[in-house]
Design a protein around this ligand. Sequence first.
Ligand SMILES: *Cc1c(COP(=O)(O)O)cnc(C)c1O
Length: 454
Amino acid sequence: MALSTAEYRALDSAHFLHPFTDHKELHQKGSRIIERADGVYLFDSEGNRLLDAMAGLWCVNVGYGRKDLAAVAQKQMEQLPYYNSFFQTAHPPVIELSKLLSEVTPDHLNYVFLTNSGSESNDTVVRMVRHYWKSLGHPEKQTIISRKNAYHGSTMAGASLGGMSAMHAQGGLIPGVEHINQPYWYREGGDLSPEAFGKNIALELEHKIESLGEHKVAAFIAEPIQGAGGVIVPPETYWPTIKEICDRHQILLVADEVICGFGRTGQWFGSDYYDLKPDLMPIAKGLSSGYLPIGGVMVADHVSRVVIEEGGEFFHGMTYAGHPAACAVASANIRILRDEGIIENVREHTAPYLQKRWKELAEHPLVGEVRGLGFLGAMELVADKASGKQFDPGAGVGGICRDLSAQAGLVMRAVGDTMIISPPLIMTHEQIDELVTLAHQALDQTLTAIKKSH
Ligand SMILES: *Cc1c(COP(=O)(O)O)cnc(C)c1O
């Protein structure tokens, strides 16, 4: 089907309900139709080339256009397009992927429960940690502590674990989830130093465990670095304090690595970067670089032992989990990351360069703070640089900057008035220069647009 952009837009508006979209607004503007991609570039139906600084949706870690991944999918689909693993069966791709994952994840994580997405992985976390404590004779240990402004997916359990109040307002929450504050120093740190603030916020976990009663708390879940909440890099004191609290209490630590995993921080996992030793580790996105849908939960040895030896049957699983083609592609993707030294290159070369260049944008009059780590970055657009005063949320300044940026040929995402990036891990020095030049241009144009509207 090769149609004109106008025809695509008309059909899109007539038949497709997009995720996380205000359809009334979209129908006025029309979708951008992406037709193909190569490396770090997207090409739309108007013939524009865009530098994709979001790696799709935080996921295309090895970049677009890997014909070897396409070939692996084709071969596997010809050989065995589908089989389940419910009834004491398995197939070579699911076994190979499970083994590879045990090798690249932290040493104490040797089992994986496979799913089709990050959301399903977090639903699995809820069911598994409750099942774990029940199997150990603690059926009352059910509550999971999470954080405000966290993102853990969009299914009922994922949205409930998440701390997005707009999502809670639309579908409600499942019982047994409690939220504490996030380590968001720039907006919530007040007069405290980042170090003092990070420690205080971490101590909220301890206070929450005490107020709920430790005998009722099953787990604490958090992203090593909050992604969708606005790339919130915690102060250095935060994770050591959280770890110490988790060690002192009988609760499981769940590191949601859906974004931080597979090289995003310059280490294989955010848990490696922060030395978290999580009990459970949900993964997705970079697991297949988005080439096919797949997710999973890595399980620590002491948890898998209970699930295997004491739990009896775990009544949980999805029809497509461990899909042969998705597993084969994920394994090939992991081998690309490993054998081509992509993560080392990020750690040693391109991430330090990206962070240096990205942080130069802090000098722009619109920018209140620039932060980042590895191949993640954020910059906060503010009405007053000195005080950090925010724009009126109704002015939609982040959205203006995002649209001007796309017009200039760069995909950034706006979370409110925070511009964020999460580029493909194969981005070169020259492409980083292009990213920063285009981002600077988008900031200038945003400033002009705001001045005009006043
Ligand atoms: C994207 C994301 C999820 C949800 O993954 P889906 O595949 O969209 O269901 C969960 N956790 C984090 C940290 C994410 O960024």
